[in-house]
Ligand binder design. Sequence first.
Ligand SMILES: NC(=O)C1=CN([C@@H]2O[C@H](COP(=O)(O)OP(=O)(O)OC[C@H]3O[C@@H](n4cnc5c(N)ncnc54)[C@H](OP(=O)(O)O)[C@@H]3O)[C@@H](O)[C@H]2O)C=CC1
Ligand SMILES: O=C1O[C@H](COP(=O)(O)O)[C@@H](O)[C@H](O)[C@H]1O
Length: 593
Amino acid sequence: MALSAAKCPSSSAARLSLGHPSLRSSTLLRPFPNSSALARRVPSRSFKNWNLNVVCKQEAGAVPASSSAEEAPSKNVENGGLFGLSSEEYGNAIGLDASERESTVSITVVGASGDLAKKKIFPALFALYYEDCLPKHFTIFGYARSKMTDAELRTMVSKTLTCRIDKRENCSEKMEQFLNRCFYHSGQYDSEQNFAELDKKLKEHEGGRLPNRLFYLSIPPNIFIDVVKSASQSSSSKDGWTRVIVEKPFGRDSQSSAALTRGLKQYLEEDQIFRIDHYLGKELVENLSILRFSNLVFEPLWSRQYIRNVQLIFSEDFGTEGRGGYFDNYGIIRDIMQNHLLQILALFAMETPVSMDAEDIRNEKVKVLRSMKPLQLEDVVIGQYKSHTKGGVTYPGYTDDKTVPKGSLTPTFAAAALFIDNARWDGVPFLMKAGKALHTRRTEIRVQFRHVPGNLYKRSFGTDLDRATNELVIRVQPNEAIYLKINNKIPGLGMRLDRSNLNLLYASRYSKEIPDAYERLLLDAIEGERRLFIRSDELDAAWELFTPLLRELEEKKIAPELYPYGSRGPVGAHYLAANYNVRWGDLSASETT
Ligand SMILES: NC(=O)C1=CN([C@@H]2O[C@H](COP(=O)(O)OP(=O)(O)OC[C@H]3O[C@@H](n4cnc5c(N)ncnc54)[C@H](OP(=O)(O)O)[C@@H]3O)[C@@H](O)[C@H]2O)C=CC1
Ligand SMILES: O=C1O[C@H](COP(=O)(O)O)[C@@H](O)[C@H](O)[C@H]1O
């Protein structure tokens, strides 16, 4: 019997798995001497269980998630409280046996006072609540050192919540219900006492239900271990599951990443660790596998025989804006390329997985990463944005940011040529570039195909098909789209060729707004679906590709090429592409779509 399932897609067996006994494994933190429960692996749900029409909001007559009953501490507090009783003991005390106890999820956002929590995590949790995707019983706690009351947290969170869902019905009512289920506890990250205080508060809200606990570490990586140690000692679930979401960039290089994983595994099993790379939750990134493996036309072309180069492009039209404290220690290569763009590359280039099950997909990603050569310095260009005045407005340079050390060499732009040494991709350049403070905000994948042999039309109609090759563009953001550049005849009595786009523009094709990546990933972590999270061997393979280069850049103090804020980036990136007879597709004037 599925227990206390979310109102989320009732049509998807998977969504009902939250409390499903087979998945309700007590995957606790690594068993401690006083831990009575066995840690069992949670089988990852295979993709095939999903109903592809998974939607969260039910059809007409949707029953809103229970609201007020969850806001206040549960009845047990009035009965003298849980102190000393596990929720299982409490459940027994009130006559409920395990199979009857409903489950509940406590979500603790560690670092709740920070940028990511405000900008992404709380808004995503609200969106899930609004769509009836959260479990029937849930509580949200913010945890950080900053002093805040519950009311102050709610006020802070309310400023970044929006009801972007289509109908915007009863938005304010849902927002209030959601906020009433948000609480805050101030504490130190390395304090078991403070986490024990949190544990007591969590229990008050969990009542006799089976308590599942999710901790989202929205904090700088250097304090991940402190939190996991304290939380595992003092606030893990004793008879439900406990999971921890950790944010990229998972260390700074192979060594620190491996040390971080070892540190986490002192307290957690691998299947309790959810390494998030939110780009894997982006709609067009998730669509990559469907585009390639559910359409006959693409897979036969997906190789060196037909593809000339692949470009993975990330650009932002703003700078670090006060995040220098984090960013200066990492740089654009660790911030974007070693994770987001490399994950997209792996999904794009991998062999067909055995199934869409998490481990089968991740197995194929690891294989393709291990087929790649570590980046070479001569195949990399780095840049840093400088101040620029345009239209009477002066835009700051990277080192003008007061959170950035003067004279910093940290790159805010990088371009690189990467290669996959396997039969499918031998010799095909995968050109990656990522930059801040450029001329536009865009993330896209561009697949440039080879020219048509024989070039029938050059002789007859003067069209040089060497330059009019097909290009498949997958625009991840903004204004999600997939378009294919083709050659076609201009209508009329003459015979002249034109370039046109076969274009799937999501905003035109679908009326429903696209969920934020964090919504998808938070929901999957709650449900134990690991397909879109990073496995430790995948992470090791990613760092092995980038660590030698990062070390060389820093040891040799390679100076980045300066580029004006709002420009197309350093000129060196064009020469790098030209070395492989490639022109960056995002810079051609015809890019109007
Ligand atoms: N912001 C973003 O867009 C993205 C961030 N990330 C990752 O998410 C995590 C959080 O990022 P973000 O929210 O931007 O980080 P912040 O710098 O905003 O830090 C989050 C919170 O952590 C605490 N904190 C910050 N620095 C320290 C420190 N040196 N020692 C102890 N506590 C500290 C602060 O809370 P308090 O002082 O109240 O304890 C702060 O509010 C990072 O790992 C980052 O790499 C990933 C993707 C995007
Ligand atoms: O991981 C990160 O991603 C954001 C960009 O995320 P997006 O979803 O808005 O494209 C980037 O700004 C940040 O520097 C980086 O840490």
